[in-house]
Design a protein around this ligand. Structure first.
Ligand code: NAD
Length: 455
């Protein structure tokens, strides 16, 4: 591991990874390898936790290919020095922002979108001219293997390498000095990563989780709201960092919403959900057991069946869980959806304020004032009005958390900027040298007090 990092450091020193053509060629090779293996990637993620092929194509391979397409197309423009207007105080000068790679980047990825969340940040890091060591999640070993194969084929190891393994490997990597660390995973491990990075003052991006509220008021288009909530919650069996964690519904329409939710679960997955090819499994026996334990003592409105042989848990609706029950303590991250009713804004605040800032928030309402109130009042990473998850579907929008849901944001051009240090450069002309700044200071102080107009 030490050797690999040293090799990458040496390679970075050669300046090759900074060449635009080198970066582009590397990304094109990555693109080629992903296109060639799209079916194998689907097979790998299916083998890991039965993710439906459509979901892998939609949310993993095609997502990443879209990022690659945009990045390859715009890389030369993004990498160009960006001129800014000079200030009079420096006259005469020309001023610009010079984008330089940080150097040696470490990316640590989670298991839930094991391909997308490993490769999307990698694209930004390579585009910006860095070297990368990527550690995929050990909980999705088949995906980890195919990622490793793709990277080995597409990149020279001194440029980009995969290091496979679990917590110990991750810890060993974190003990090294990196120039940038990009971490996606839980808030708990995010803290560990942040502490390790602090030792070397290494900048970090932390893409973490949270308990994402989904608020449905009495004016919402209920059937459509239910359909979109069911989609966002049960895609990937609820193992999506921006999935709605719980529903807050106005008490007057709760029953109607619950009926609509049940109806849409059946439309999507049928009555024998275990036999549905469209529903993933939870990732491991440990995760399965933790989720099943959350259901203890809860009133179940729908679902609740499970099969430990296959880590299968039915989409499950829970009625009014107590706020101090384990289900409402932390992020659920599985196919369990609590439904909580509210009477007024104070009730909403009481629930949302019980947690740290979430990664996402959703509001279903046809009242503009209510939509705006939710957006303005609560702090969260990003969200949607009258839908779920779709904020990730626009590369021009930043994707990231705030507070305990994370630090930093990426996608599209923002990924390139995230992995670039923005170096301020001023080129001073020599044909004029205004003497005012040099001692002995001759400018009367009452005139010096006007200098603010010249910065
Ligand atoms: P995790 O934090 O358990 O693991 C993430 C990575 O960290 C893995 O590669 C793992 O090997 C490594 N790791 C685990 N324990 C470690 C330790 N003690 N020291 C060093 N490294 C360690 O997260 P997970 O279970 O893979 O993913 C689920 C979590 O990730 C959820 O909380 C979810 O909300 C969050 N998530 C966030 C985003 C986002 O974009 N913000 C996306 C997906 C998942």
């Amino acid at each position: 591991m030490m050797e690999l990092l040293q090799k990458q450091r040496d390679f970075f020193q050669t300046q090759r990874s900074k060449q635009i053509t080198y970066r582009k060629e590397a990304l094109k090779r990555l693109q080629h390898e992903i296109i060639a293996r799209e079916d194998l990637i689907c097979d790998a993620i299916y083998a890991d936790f039965k993710k439906p092929r459509f979901e892998t194509i939609f949310a993993e391979t095609q997502f990443v290919l879209a990022e690659l397409k945009t990045t390859i197309k715009h890389l030369s423009t993004w990498a160009k020095p960006k001129r800014v207007r000079p200030s009079l105080v420096n006259f005469p000068s020309s001023d610009w922002i010079h984008k330089e790679p940080y150097g040696n980047v470490l990316i640590i990825a989670p298991w839930n979108y094991p391909f997308q969340l490993a490769i999307a940040p990698l694209i930004g890091a390579v585009a910006a001219g860095n070297t990368v060591v990527l550690k995929p999640s050990e909980l999705t070993p088949n995906t980890s293997k195919i990622i490793s194969e793709i990277i080995e084929t597409a990149f020279a190891p001194e440029h980009v390498s995969v290091v496979e393994g679990g917590v110990e490997v991750s810890k060993a990597l974190l003990s090294q000095k990196w120039d940038y660390i990009f971490f996606t995973g839980s808030t708990r491990v995010g803290r560990i990563v942040y502490e390790s990075a602090a030792k070397h003052l290494t900048p970090v991006t932390l893409e973490l989780g949270g308990k994402n509220p989904c608020i449905v008021d009495e004016t919402a288009s209920l059937d459509l709201a239910a359909k979109r909530i069911i989609w966002g919650k049960f895609l990937n069996a609820g193992q999506t960092c921006i999935a709605p964690d719980y529903i807050l519904v106005h008490q007057t329409i709760k029953e109607e919403l619950v009926e609509a939710l049940k109806k849409h679960i059946e439309i999507c997955y049928g009555t024998d959900i275990e036999a549905s090819p469209y529903f993933s499994r939870t990732v491991s026996a440990t995760h399965f057991n933790q989720l099943i334990a959350l259901l203890e003592g809860q009133e179940i409105l729908f679902g609740g069946r499970s099969n430990p042989e296959d880590n299968f848990i039915e989409p499950t609706l829970v009625n009014e869980p107590a706020m101090d029950s384990p289900l409402m303590k932390g992020e659920i991250f599985g196919p369990i959806l609590p439904v909580i009713s509210y009477k007024n804004d104070t009730d909403i605040a009481k629930v949302i304020d019980a947690y740290g800032k979430p990664l996402a928030t959703y509001v279903f309402s046809n009242k503009k004032a209510f939509q705006n109130k939710i957006i303005d009042t609560y702090s969260f990473g990003g969200g949607a009005i009258n839908d779920t998850l779709i904020q990730i579907g626009n590369k021009r929008l930043p994707f990231g958390g705030v507070g305990q849901s994370g630090l930093g944001a990426y996608h599209g051009k923002l990924s390139f900027n995230l992995f670039s240090h923005h170096k301020a450069i001023i080129k001073k002309a020599n044909w004029l040298d205004i003497p005012l700044r040099y001692a002995p200071y001759n400018l009367p102080l009452h005139l010096a007090k006007k200098i603010k107009h010249f910065f």
